[in-house]
Design a protein around this ligand. Structure first.
Ligand code: CO
Length: 134
């Protein structure tokens, strides 16, 4: 069911500083900041050969990552995103096994224009998991 690692998302307190760390210190290719108002985040994409790192910063008062940043003021790893071929089939299989799907359980369009779902960290080794239909 599980396909490739699509991205790892890291919440950061300062996007410009984080982008410089990846571009200058680590020598990676980074995008300009992209506002995603529907998701309440501003993102810098770090393009690696085999996956992406998404540097996330809250956008707007209702940002879903505002509390995470308040709890982790230095930033930290927020979620991992795995690709699946059929997100509804994956959701139904996970639910049947007792895993909790966050929200109303209906896939919504994620940061890359594809359907995504989030799974409860307590069911997945303490890590928030995003599934994206590839
Ligand atoms: Co993500």
């Amino acid at each position: 069911m599980l396909g490739r690692l699509n991205h790892v998302a890291i919440v950061v307190p300062d996007l410009a500083v984080a982008a410089r760390v990846y571009a200058d210190t680590l020598g990676a290719r980074v995008s300009v900041p992209v506002d995603l108002p529907d998701h309440g985040v501003t993102t810098v994409f770090v393009e690696l050969g085999n996956t992406k790192i998404e540097l996330l910063h809250p956008l707007g008062a209702a940002s879903p990552i505002a509390k995470f940043l308040a709890d982790h003021p230095s930033g930290g790893m927020h979620h991992v995103c795995y690709e699946v071929e059929d997100i509804v089939m994956a959701r139904d299989r996970l639910r049947a096994s007792g895993a909790r799907v966050l929200g109303d359980g209906e896939p919504r369009i994620g940061a890359h224009g594809k359907p995504v779902l989030f799974l409860h960290p307590k069911d997945f080794c303490g890590t928030l998991v995003e599934l994206e239909q590839a």
